[in-house]
Structure formats: structure tokens, C-alpha cells
Design a protein around this ligand. Structure first.
Ligand SMILES: [Fe+2]
Ligand SMILES: [Fe+2]
Length: 328
């Protein structure tokens, strides 16, 4: 099943003109091609000269080119799910993240597709549609893993079509900026802990790097979009951005307050995750420093003229300074 349509999500219908980069039924790429794609998704420098002034045609064109060129054609159907020793299997099944991970991808693909369908610029529309398609692929990776390891999921509520597609993309984009930042550190912590089989860590590695590409696209989309708004629309847009941040902070504080309930177990993965993925959880400053270092490492391979998500790293650097730790 390579059509990525298992739940009726059809990106080509939601975003007219979009063609999936991996056609249903096409033969899988060979190992050498996949290795090359894996390396290619991590490093990208534009051949264009000059600065990418936010909002300029060059900025838009090179942002979209980055996203196309760094596409990785891996296919969930051919991923290997290694047989796990009983202890490792129990650890994976017990990780409190699977429901929220599946539902997050489900929401993200729909919201990105909804917004992509409204974007008049064909380049940016195609990049955002590809991002939605990749979220659907993440969901399929998770579905296959859950099936392979017998992880029980809560039933998914139907995903609602957003009334305000731009707001929905802002919520998803900023959420990804926050969650990916911490996920990068936790993933590295899990890798170093040796508690999870190497093959399994390797299977998820491209998914992590894809999230890095997604928030790189988001950071540049928002700068381009902002710069092209008239003063009045810009004002309305900034009010919307502020409301989205308020919502995300409220959502996270709300989640933190419900620690101990079942729902909170899932949602507080970032807070509790370190204990779940390492035998000995590091102290908070060490964990934050690791998240920061991993964030920088994952972005290091992309053209320095593209903008990076800045808010979360800035806040974490500030927090580290307040905790008496110098951040680089
Ligand atoms: Fe995703
Ligand atoms: Fe994503």
C-alpha cells in the first residue's frame, strides 16, 4: 500500500495541480539512491548569488528549491521493523507518545494541505503541499510501526477541516518549531542511551531530519509572507500570530497542569520524555544544552542565507543563562 490514501486523504484533490513525488506503485529506489537522498536531505546550498532578502522572489524561489531538492523518497512500505528483544519491545510500547504522535501528523497534514490550497504562488503552494504529503507519510510510518509492534492506539477522532487555513498552518508550524526543538534533543538522548536498537533509531532518523526541513520551510515562508503583506494586512497577521502564540502557551501550560492524568502522560512527553528514553535522565540544563546543540547540528547543513526558526532557541539560551549555564 503505497498510495498513502488509507484514510481517504488525497492531497492531489486538496491542492489542485499537486503531484505526489513518489507515484503509487512505482518501484522503490535502490539502496545507493536512498543513501544519496539521505545525505542530500541534510546538506543544501543554493547556486544562486546574493542575499535572500525576506519577501523577495529570490528568497521564495530558493526556499522552495531547498524543499524540493532535499526531498527524501524513502517509502514507509519498505521500512524494516527489526525484531525487538522483549525488554526493548516493552520499552517502545510503553513510550507515552504514540497517540499524540499519530494525531499530530493527522492534524498537520490536513492543515498544511488546507493552507497550501489557498496559496496563489505555484512554487510556494507546491512546497507546502509536499510538506502535507510528507506529514501523511510520517503518519504511515507510525501506522506501520504501531502494527509491527502491537501498540494499542486510542481511536482517532475525525480531523476537522480548518475554518481559517492560515491560522491552522500557523498553529501547526509554530507547534512543530517548539516540539521539534525538544524532540531533536530527546532523540539524541535515546540514541546515546543504547536502550533502543540501532536499526530502529536509524529508521526514525530521516523523519527527524524531515521535521527540521519543515520548520526551515515554515521560518522562511512566514518571513516571505509577512514581507509581502500590505500594512493593514500585516497588522491583522501579527495579531493572528500573537493569538496563536498565546494559544500554544496556554495549551502547554494547560497540559503541564494536568500532569498525572492519562492525557497528560502523552502531552508532557517533552517534560517526561528524558526519563522514558534514557536510563539516567540528565539534569535540565544538560538536556536543554543538548537540545540546543542538536538543533544547531541539524540546521548546519543548509544554506546560511535561509532563515532559521529563532524563538525557541532564543528562549532556551535565555533559560540556560538564567540557570547559570553559558550557551554557545
Ligand atoms: Fe510530521
Ligand atoms: Fe512536519
Amino acid at each position: 500500500m503505497d498510495g498513502y490514501l488509507e484514510d481517504g486523504f488525497d492531497i492531489a484533490q486538496l491542492v489542485p495541480g499537486f503531484r505526489p513525488p513518489v507515484a503509487a506503485g512505482a518501484p522503490a529506489a535502490d539502496a545507493a539512491a536512498l543513501d544519496a537522498a539521505d545525505a542530500g536531505m541534510r546538506h543544501w546550498t543554493s547556486p544562486a548569488e546574493g542575499l535572500f532578502t525576506p519577501g523577495s522572489d529570490l528568497h521564495r524561489r530558493e526556499t522552495c528549491r531547498m524543499f524540493r531538492d532535499t526531498f527524501n523518497p524513502y517509502r514507509p512500505a519498505v521500512l524494516d521493523w527489526p525484531r525487538l528483544p522483549p525488554q526493548a519491545l516493552a520499552r517502545i510500547v510503553a513510550l507515552p507518545i504514540w497517540d499524540i504522535a499519530v494525531q499530530t501528523e493527522g492534524k498537520a497534514k490536513l492543515r498544511m494541505a488546507a493552507y497550501a490550497g489557498t496559496v496563489p504562488d505555484p512554487d510556494m503552494r507546491a512546497a507546502l503541499a509536499l510538506n502535507a504529503w510528507e506529514e501523511n507519510r510520517h503518519k504511515e510510518v507510525l501506522a506501520r510501526m504501531v502494527a509491527a509492534y502491537g501498540i494499542a492506539l486510542a481511536p482517532e477522532a475525525p480531523y476537522a477541516w480548518p475554518a481559517d487555513a492560515e491560522r491552522a498552518y500557523l498553529v501547526t508550524g509554530f507547534s512543530e518549531c517548539i516540539d521539534s526543538f525538544f524532540a531533536f534533543g530527546l532523540f539524541e538522548l535515546a540514541r546515546r542511551s543504547g536502550l533502543f536498537p540501532r536499526e530502529l533509531v536509524d529508521t526514525f532518523e530521516p523523519v527527524m531530519q524531515e521535521e527540521c526541513r519543515h520548520i526551515l520551510l515554515f521560518a522562511n515562508w512566514i518571513a516571505w509572507h509577512r514581507a509581502n503583506l500590505s500594512p493593514w494586512r500585516r497588522l491583522r497577521f501579527e495579531a493572528k500570530v500573537a493569538a496563536v502564540w498565546a494559544f500554544l502557551v496556554w495549551e502547554r501550560i494547560g497540559l503541564a497542569r494536568t500532569v498525572g492524568s492519562d492525557a497528560a502522560q502523552d502531552n508532557n512527553f517533552t517534560l517526561n520524555g528524558a526519563q522514558a528514553v534514557a536510563a539516567e535522565a540528565p539534569a535540565l540544563p544538560d538536556l536543554l544544552a543538548l537540545c540546543l546543540a542538536e538543533n544547531e547540528r541539524r540546521f548546519a547543513g543548509y544554506d546560511a542565507r535561509l532563515l532559521r526558526p529563532a524563538t525557541v532557541p532564543r528562549l532556551v539560551r535565555l533559560a540556560l543563562r538564567m540557570l547559570g549555564r553559558a550557551a554557545h
